[in-house]
Write a protein that binds this ligand. Structure first.
Ligand SMILES: [Mg+2]
Length: 502
């Protein structure tokens, strides 16, 4: 009958105008996810875990974003004063929310971009300086494709000669500085060597860490920089009260960790830990047998004696995981280690040593709040409805139908960009490139058994809780909706009771 003169059977019924979209949403799907939940990639029972290990920075200690502008400003000034970069750079300030974690950077092209699990650039997310590069130009730069040959250009830890991946949280100011300086050179038509630029900026940022400036800022004003210390205290205390053993492996120096832990946990914090290892040089700690452990006293003096046992109450420097396993016997799945760096903290443990791993991903909190909004739910639902229409109607190729298909495609593209921009106007979500998982996401799934916004999420679960990942259907499998809704994130325990936590 009146199918708007189109040949599509069912078109009229299948394309609801926008105001019908709320009806497409099952009741109660907004605000369904809890930002303080723990998400499982792999089934794991906390009852089997006897030993808990922790990284320090951004795992036990969460820092406020204030640190990013301090790092940015200091590294910018190092560039100007020590590396003799133009004085005009001084007008650049840190731009919060410009970059996201997990981006790749092509050193020779000065291109900062988001790459998906299949090594394709997400179009619209390639930036030179502070400006987006048009899709056609990006495709031309890589020889007519948006596929980036990462294996030729980048090593396992994202540190290859020409393409780097920015994985730690401290790299947010680094990416922003890189983009700001590139912007300055481009807008002033100044010729520069892209390789020098990358090296200088990464050295300037390194200086902020290595020369201890960052440690000093934090030590001077813990209240301002360290967040949620009481929750860290609660997590550690609870684990010890349930007879779990705790250890710490950090790359940071003892005096810095000691001050932070005293601030968060109290002056007797070391009583909670069976083992404290500082300046561990991860990821080499996990792969290289050469560096032996050294005993260190509280003042930082090193002892020369050979380490034949690791003792509670002592502090150790360097070392390696092979000696650690031999001296403690803490092997396999009774150990759960938490860290925020997928490569430096978790990859080798998962691939070589068989410890269970927990990834700390602070971005989850804001991303889940966005996923929970009606606006996001609506645009995602509409986007999927359009995708379904396109799939079913693609064989109608008469002129008029083609026109409609084109309009749908355009609309789908608009909604996709809109949903992307809800997370970050430049790069979108750290987990998705449109429909695909990001490169970051795939690594997260591969290297972590569970992931969460902060270790305080542990407080929401019983110490013997078993995490069951949702059985997400593979492409050839039927979606079983009951299963989708009944396990994993949807079955967040104590949903109402958790409101007070943050
Ligand atoms: Mg860390």
């Amino acid at each position: 009958g009146t199918v708007r003169t189109l040949n599509f059977p069912g078109y009229f019924f299948l394309t609801p105008p926008l105001y019908f979209i709320p009806d497409l949403l099952p009741p109660g799907v907004c605000s369904l996810l809890n930002p303080a939940a723990i998400y499982a990639n792999n089934e794991i029972s906390l009852g089997d875990v006897e030993i808990y290990g922790f990284d320090y920075d951004y795992t036990l200690a969460q820092y406020s974003n204030l640190l990013h502008s301090m790092i940015f400003n200091t590294a910018r000034d190092i560039l100007i004063e020590q590396f003799k970069y133009p004085e005009g750079l001084r007008k650049y300030e840190y731009i919060p929310g410009f970059a996201i974690r997990g981006l790749h950077y092509d050193v020779h092209k000065s291109l900062l971009m988001k790459i998906d699990a299949f090594h394709y650039v997400q179009l619209g997310t390639a930036y030179q300086g502070l400006k987006p590069v048009p899709d056609e130009e990006v495709i031309e730069m890589y020889g007519g494709t948006q596929h980036i040959p990462l294996y030729q250009m980048s090593d396992f830890y994202g540190k290859g000669p020409s393409i780097k991946q920015f994985m730690d949280i401290f790299s947010l100011p680094e990416m922003t500085l890189l983009s700001s300086v590139t912007d300055y050179f481009m807008t002033h038509n100044i010729e520069y060597d892209q390789v020098h630029l990358y090296k200088d900026i990464s050295d300037a940022i390194k200086d902020v860490h290595v020369k201890g400036m960052m440690y000093k800022w934090i030590e001077k004003d813990m209240e301002k920089y360290i967040l949620h210390g009481d929750e860290t205290y609660a997590v550690l205390n609870r684990l010890v009260n349930h007879n779990k053993k705790l250890f710490l492996i950090t790359n940071s120096p003892f005096s810095f960790v000691d001050k932070g832990m005293k601030h968060m946990v109290g002056k007797n914090w070391r009583d909670l830990f069976d083992m404290v290892i500082v300046q561990a040089d991860k990821p080499n700690f996990f792969t290289d047998r050469r560096k032996p452990f050294r005993k260190m006293d509280e003042k930082g003096s090193l002892h020369w004696d050979k380490i034949s046992k690791l003792e509670k109450g002592k502090i150790y420097k360097q070392g390696n995981l092979f000696d650690f396993l031999r001296l403690t016997g803490w092997r396999g799945s009774k150990v759960l280690y938490f860290g925020d760096h997928l490569y430096s903290d978790l990859a080798d443990l998962m691939l070589r040593h068989g410890w269970r791993t927990g990834a700390i991903v602070p971005e989850l909190e804001t991303e889940i709040r966005i996923i929970n909004t009606e606006q996001y739910m609506h645009s995602l639902t509409w986007q999927q409805a359009l995708t379904g229409l396109l799939e079913r109607m693609q064989m109608y190729q008469d002129a008029e139908s083609r026109q409609v298909l084109l309009e749908w495609m355009k609309e789908r593209q608009e909604i996709r960009s809109l949903s992307k921009n809800l997370f970050n106007p430049q790069f979108g979500s750290i987990f998705r490139t449109f429909h695909n998982p990001t490169y970051f996401s795939r690594r997260l799934i591969r290297f972590s058994d569970i992931y969460m916004a902060s270790i305080s999420c542990l407080l929401n679960y019983d110490v013997n809780f078993t995490f069951y990942p949702r059985r997400t259907p593979l492409q050839h499998e039927a979606p079983l909706w009951m299963d989708q809704l009944c396990t994993g994130c949807m079955k967040t325990p104590f949903l109402e009771e958790m409101v007070h936590i943050r």
